[in-house]
Design a protein around this ligand. Structure first.
Ligand code: URP
Ligand code: ZN
Ligand code: ZN
Ligand code: ZN
Length: 488
């Protein structure tokens, strides 16, 4: 009962519980949770506020080169600060391999930069775009064993996409080594076929980005990714689901007992393709892949979050400034094909879900915690160190004022992007105190966190791979014969 820090009389909400009480912290971990605790060396009165696990944003792009060669506006320092202001205590962005690059070298450089700059704890996923024998046989297994237990692969973008045979290769490694594959599921040929004919017909405005990314490109690729994963009976996570068809494919697989998981993002709940349809090129601010859809899709996605079909709400923060360093290509011959893809959202992810999800009654507070923190910890091997409030867990806590009214303004956010798709939106609820490993890093709008204080978290086995499930003799044979041959 010798606490460095205590939180008193807060409404403690986790994915499992909801009660008024105190939290005691010593040496960076939670050492007591009870109805009343003696005050520690520092004591915070949380009366009228919510004490919840710090958010985990497991899909964000930081200090990364896009497939078009555009560098993110946020580095590990600005991204981690922005994340912290939005109630996050852990981020998991991507070390991206581009073709011709050594996965090991990419990962090591990324890790070094994170260690130097991040103000909150972190891990990272890998992006695999060049599954050479060296990548598959050496680098990827070694990195997985070092605690990088997830990787993303793309079915679209000419310079990143894997074909079906390559997807099977990386899925086989995931099954053998214990990693979770994350798939960007859009049919590349459908998108490029539509785009080519749109451009030839003179349809170049940003709004045609959404036309080219037809919903069927997503549902078809989602179905195919699920099928390919089923060949080897390996778990798979479909990221940034934006359509009812995508969500339905995931739900259908889950109904059959397949280990298939889904993620969506705030912009698919709150924006539509209409937001892109503004005069000039300003619609570029809303161009991401997949694109925002329509009200029926929004409805389906809220429903899927509520039912558990989609387990994760991530930002997919892809920070590009609205200028020639980011969104817009140099010169004036802009077509929708030249716009950097992605929206900022690291800082507003949780406040948006709180205001638009919890306060509207679409989701419970406990679902909010699961969707923004606990499920991410389980999905990516961070639980129970992260993602929950329990004795022994890291003291990563966001204290929210559920009544705080905020008008979103890019000027008030802490990323390096300079605009927000939600400019002027009035929301209610904001994290006012953020605690990372027992240190108060955000307090009433002020940052108290040194560059580089964040720690790398070596991740364990993702929960989808922990469950001992029966593998059919067919899948067992297919896993066993791999990787006898990996042809270039
Ligand atoms: O448009 C997006 N989402 N850009 C970021 C990269 C990705 O595909 O997640
Ligand atoms: Zn993606
Ligand atoms: Zn992304
Ligand atoms: Zn202070």
């Amino acid at each position: 009962t010798d606490f460095d820090l205590t939180l008193h009389n807060g409404r403690i909400v986790t994915a499992e519980a909801d009660f008024i009480g105190d939290i005691g912290i010593a040496d960076g971990v939670i050492t007591a949770i009870s109805t009343t605790l003696p005050a520690g060396r520092r004591a915070i009165d949380a009366t009228g506020r919510l004490a919840m696990p710090g958010g985990i944003d497991s899909h964000c792009h930081v200090e990364q080169l896009s497939s078009m060669g555009v560098l993110c506006a946020d580095d590990w320092h600005s991204a981690s600060i922005s994340a912290a202001y939005g109630g996050n205590t852990t981020i998991v962005p991507f070390a991206a391999q581009h073709r011709g690059q050594s996965l090991r070298q990419v990962a090591d450089a990324y890790a070094a930069s994170a260690a130097e700059k991040s103000v909150i704890d972190y891990s990272y996923h890998l992006i695999i775009s060049d599954p050479t024998p060296e990548t598959l046989n050496r680098d990827l297994p070694e990195l997985i064993r070092a605690g990088i237990t997830s990787f993303k692969v793309f079915m679209t973008y000419d310079k990143l996409k894997l074909d079906d045979r390559q997807l099977l290769d990386v899925f086989a490694i995931a099954a053998r080594e214990g990693a979770l594959p994350m798939v960007h599921a859009e049919n590349n040929d459908v998108i490029s076929w539509i785009a080519r004919h749109l451009l030839a017909a003179g349809h170049t405005a940003p709004k045609y980005h959404a036309v080219s990314h037809d919903p069927i490109a997503e549902s078809e690729a989602t179905q195919r990714a699920i099928s390919l994963a089923a060949v080897l009976e390996v778990p798979v996570l479909i990221v940034h689901v934006s359509t009812q068809g995508g969500a339905q494919a995931i739900h259908a697989a889950q109904t059959l007992g397949a280990p298939v998981y889904g993620e969506t993002c705030p912009h698919y709940l709150l924006l539509t393709a209409e937001d892109i349809d503004i005069p000039g090129v300003e619609g570029a601010k809303f161009c991401c892949s997949p694109p925002p859809r329509d009200p029926a899709s929004q409805q389906a996605l809220w429903q899927s979050l509520n039912s558990g079909t989609l387990a994760l709400l991530s930002s997919d923060h892809a920070p590009y400034r609205y200028d020639e360093s980011g969104k817009l290509p140099a010169g004036d011959a802009t077509t929708f094909k030249q716009i950097a893809n992605g929206l900022p959202g690291l800082e507003v992810r949780m406040p948006l879900l709180f205001s638009e999800g919890v306060r509207t009654g679409r989701l419970s507070l406990q679902q909010f915690v699961a969707l923004t923190s606990t499920n991410h910890a389980r999905m990516y091997g961070l639980h129970p160190k992260k993602g929950t409030l329990s004795v022994g867990a890291d003291a990563d806590i966001a204290v929210w004022d559920p009544e705080k009214a905020v008008t979103l303004r890019a000027a008030d956010l802490h990323d390096a992007v300079g605009y927000t798709p939600y400019e002027g939106l009035e929301i209610t609820g904001w994290p006012t105190t953020v605690i990372s490993r027992g240190e108060v890093i955000i307090d009433d709008g002020a940052l108290h966190a040194e560059r580089g204080r964040g720690r790398f978290i070596a991740r364990g086995l993702p929960a989808p791979l922990q469950k001992t499930r029966e593998i059919s003799p067919r899948a067992a044979l297919l896993r066993k014969i791999f990787p006898a041959v990996i042809e270039p």
